[in-house]
Design a protein around this ligand. Structure first.
Ligand code: SF4
Ligand code: SF4
Ligand code: SF4
Ligand code: FES
Length: 322
């Protein structure tokens, strides 16, 4: 069967959806809730294309071609509808891709990474983060106005992490010689989209205050999935800088459940695509309806799912953390 995509005639094969036709002939159409070898149902709407024959926007992952169909995948109208779909998903998505301190450091220091090593007492690795941007032992934090400490999420809980003091403490450990290439530590890419946590509720502040603090007092805001998250990739591709509708999710900050093996579930990052629900038996399920709908799994069902669900999940809601 022949259809026209962006004014180009292409062959559609038996059983293929519009999304699959496009991808096979090299036309990029984004997707989140689609998974080629798994059960899926359309929900995210980021794969929308314009069916010019019917003047209608359709989800390409679940629409099948018909002879003579004319499809547009790239006009401004299509691109802005997909962007709107992403903005709506992000409104209900409460998490920081990158820690706020990292996004503002004028020297590009990966503060959160450095503090994670510091908290593990791996001071040599922590110094590697410094060596990646400073000429050790000289660091430029004394002359800096420390925007990192101003934006630190810990401010609203009690007091910001003493980032500059920790930097100085580490820089002074001259007996720990940084060997090898300091660039093997992650330096953050500021060109990419970063999601927002929003403000902490009073209840959350109380919980965070009561938790045993780490040596640095850091909350480790960054997301474990930041390097390969499909939601983040698409938001970056769509040029989203700040989520248009803010963050209105009531899901708690970094409240993770250990499911099985190295698989963890963080509800605040779930976009309710349903992939884990449709592809686990007696595992994840939808709870509630409409705006209050959530995905969850009862503790008694943890043994019914496995780590491969993290591969299916398009966000960091299900991730492997070792
Ligand atoms: S799940 Fe993706 S979009 Fe959300 S915080 Fe993590 S990296 Fe960012
Ligand atoms: S709590 Fe830690 S990771 Fe979060 S902003 Fe403060 S220093 Fe950065
Ligand atoms: S946890 Fe499940 S429903 Fe939520 S985003 Fe991941 S795969 Fe989709
Ligand atoms: S990928 Fe088509 S609706 Fe989500």
């Amino acid at each position: 069967m022949r259809i026209t995509v962006n004014n180009k005639v292409v062959e559609a094969l038996e059983g293929e959806t519009l999304l699959e036709v496009c991808r096979r002939v090299g036309i990029h159409v984004p997707s989140l809730c689609y998974a080629p070898n798994a059960v899926y149902k359309p929900s995210c709407m980021v794969c929308m294309v314009l069916d010019e024959t019917r003047s209608q926007m359709v989800p390409s992952c679940s629409t099948y071609p018909v002879e003579g169909m004319r499809i547009d995948t790239q006009s401004d109208q299509v691109v802005s509808l997909r962007k709107m779909a992403l903005d709506l998903l992000l409104r209900d998505h409460r998490a920081d891709c990158e820690a706020p301190c990292v996004t503002v450091c004028p020297h590009g220091l990966n503060i959160e990474g450095m503090l994670a090593s510091y908290d593990r007492k791996d001071y040599l690795r922590a110094r590697k983060y410094l060596a990646a941007v400073f000429d050790l032992p000289s660091v430029a934090c004394d002359d800096c106005k420390a925007p990192c400490e101003k934006v630190c999420r810990r401010n609203s809980v009690d007091a910001h992490v003493e980032i500059r003091s920790i930097v100085k403490e580490l820089a002074a450990k001259e007996d720990l010689v940084v060997k090898g290439d300091p660039s093997d530590v992650e330096v953050q890419d500021r060109t990419r989209f970063t999601s927002r946590q929003g403000v902490f509720s009073e209840q959350e502040k109380t919980r965070l205050r009561a938790e045993q603090p780490l040596p640095s007092n850091c909350l480790h805001c960054a997301c474990a999935a930041r390097k390969d998250c499909r939601l983040r990739d698409l938001a970056s591709e769509a040029g989203i800088k700040t989520p248009r509708f803010g963050v209105s999710s009531a899901q708690p900050f970094k409240k993770r459940k250990h499911i099985t093996g190295d698989l963890w579930f963080e509800p605040a990052k779930c976009i309710h695509c349903g992939l884990c629900v449709y592809n686990s038996r007696d595992g994840f399920s939808f709870k509630g309806r409409g705006f209050t709908m959530q995905v969850d799994i009862p503790e008694a069902s943890y043994g019914n799912v496995n780590e491969s669900l993290a591969e299916l999940c398009p966000t960091g809601a299900l991730s492997i953390i070792r």
